[in-house]
Design a protein around this ligand. Structure first.
Ligand code: ATP
Length: 512
């Protein structure tokens, strides 16, 4: 099965089991806007909870914020979004498909990289045990030639994007022979800039209306509240402000399910530091954020760093953590050293001093900022893709199971009476009613026990408890584990404690 097939299956599984629906589907949906169903809402809430606890609860020097989506329009002038939050778009004249020119080039470079990797794998197969990958990459003429080409294309694209030389971006696409992925045509329009912000009107009287924007990132809500938080939270630098909230971008191309949406949620933390220490904090947050992904169970091979060549106007260093989605490695999280750009600009446009008095240095300054910014929806997709598993159980039987980290699973435990009679439902309901105060749980008595297990596997429920006739005599139940399908008998009196031990988010947090 190709990765694309797997991706299609994941999308239909997400819909069939109430994780993600296309928005307003009865009207045929709305491009790149999605709704989360009952199970999706729970999974998303757990992801946000894990992020919030790891940031705010576990760090005394990070506090939370919940700023409004609407902000004074000057905010976006100050941040540079009005003038520079553009993506370079290009249309294919034959297929009439629209693309981001930078993404077309990135995908082209990724293909070149795959070729190099194939060359390396050939080398590995040829030389066997004695193969030294670093040396091979540094000396093999084919690899060196390809790597030089990659560096040239990347370097030129970065320089032209930075200087706004859109004609050169088009020239590069043509020189590299990049074709429309849908039609294979190389008949391109010129590259144009497209501002990604949605605007709307504030005020009920049309004449009085002011244009305001739906925020394209949550970060600015943090910057404009810097002084409020500083003055009310007794924090001293270095300290951070964390926020989870909706952001909106009128994305040019939105074809990868919830990877690229027009309305999405970000989990962002801005860490304010003494000028000159930003590099040290940037390295520290890179380390901490990668550890967070690893604790969630993401395999090392599915994560990689991608250093930005084309730095945003506000950054002096930037890196992405990329995840190996079924459509390739793509950005999941960004870690950016944002300098003092944002606070300086807000100070300039608002006329309010956004400074910090450092008692150790006995000096006022505008703090520097290191940001960690992760998409909640992209994390959801990464978790889902990693968890999705089709298993052959022999005897022509198979199952689809979501091997979600138990702490993130929408339902932690399901309770079943083996049959719907003989007092078993009453005994099972008593257990369910005890558990529901502590965990998201389900009670089911319809269908065979096998079918009920399969349904729970498909939504990633880590434990099922079955009450049978023996339970009424010996007060023991069967607990069945999702991944191994192993079953054991445990006393009813210990069910809550045993489930807690195995699904508790604290055990993940303690590993951070
Ligand atoms: P991309 O290059 O993929 O457009 P970006 O570099 O513009 O992303 P940032 O501005 O760094 O993204 O945003 C921080 C995070 O917000 C991203 O790492 C991603 O997880 C998430 N994000 C950004 N745009 C979207 C989107 N359209 N849909 C879903 N999540 C998004």
């Amino acid at each position: 099965m190709s990765d694309q097939d797997t991706f299609k299956k994941i999308i239909s599984h997400a819909k069939e089991y109430g994780f993600v629906f296309p928005s307003s589907e009865i009207y045929d949906g709305l491009g790149a806007v999605y709704d989360y169903g009952p199970n999706g809402a729970e999974l998303k809430r757990n992801i946000k909870d894990f992020w919030w606890k790891s940031m705010v609860q576990l760090n005394e020097n990070i506090v939370g914020l919940d700023a409004a989506i609407f902000m004074h329009p000057k905010t976006w002038k100050a941040s540079g979004h009005v003038d520079a939050f553009n993506d370079p778009l290009i249309d294919n004249k034959d297929s009439k498909k629209r693309y981001r020119a930078d993404v077309l080039i990135e995908d082209h470079v990724e293909k070149m990289r795959q070729k190099v990797n194939k060359e390396v794998e050939k080398g590995r197969a040829k030389f066997g045990e004695s193969f030294d990958e670093t040396q091979f990459r540094a000396t093999n003429p084919n690899v060196l030639r390809s790597q030089e080409k990659i560096d040239q294309v990347e370097g030129r694209a970065a320089a032209s994007l930075a200087s706004g030389d859109l004609a050169d971006i088009k020239a590069l696409i043509e020189e590299q022979g990049i074709a429309c992925p849908e039609s294979g045509s190389k008949n391109w329009t010129d590259v144009r800039q497209f501002n990604l912000m949605f605007d709307t009107k504030l005020g009920s009287v049309a004449g009085d209306a002011a244009t305001i924007y739906l925020r394209p990132e949550t970060a600015q809500g943090i910057f404009v509240n810097f002084l409020n938080v500083l003055n009310t939270s007794r924090q001293r630098i270095p300290f951070g402000i964390a926020q989870i909230g909706k952001a909106f971008r009128n994305e040019i191309v939105a074809r990868q399910f919830i990877f690229r949406m027009r309305e999405f949620e970000q989990m962002e933390m801005q860490f304010f530091v003494r000028p000159g220490t930003q590099k040290q904090w940037y390295d520290e947050w890179k380390k901490r954020r990668m550890a967070w992904h690893r604790v969630l169970g993401t395999a090392e091979a599915n994560l990689r760093w991608h250093d930005h060549q084309n730095l945003a106007h506000y950054a002096d260093a930037a890196v992405d953590i990329e995840f190996n989605f079924p459509f390739g490695f793509k950005e999941l999280e960004g870690i950016h050293s944002r300098t003092d750009f944002d606070l300086s600009r807000h100070q300039e446009l608002s006329g309010k001093k956004l400074q910090y008095f450092d008692p150790e240095l006995e000096q006022n300054y505008i703090p520097f900022v290191v940001e960690t910014s992760i998409g909640c929806d992209r994390t959801f997709l990464a978790v889902l893709c990693q968890a999705y598993c089709e298993e052959d159980l022999g005897d022509d039987k198979s199952r689809v199971v979501l091997k979600l980290p138990p702490a993130l699973a929408p339902t932690k435990v399901a309770v079943f009476p083996l049959v719907r009679k003989d007092g078993l439902p009453e005994a099972a309901l008593a257990i369910f009613n005890d558990l529901r105060f502590e965990f998201d749980c389900a009670y089911e008595e319809k269908d065979s026990i096998g079918k009920r297990y399969r349904r729970m596997d498909a939504i990633g429920t880590p434990y099922c408890i079955t009450v049978d006739h023996d339970t009424l005599i010996d007060q023991m139940v069967t607990i069945r584990e999702r991944d191994s399908m192993a079953q054991e008998r445990i006393p009813v009196s210990r069910v809550r404690e045993i489930v807690r031990e195995r699904v508790d988010m604290n055990s993940l947090l303690k590993q951070l």
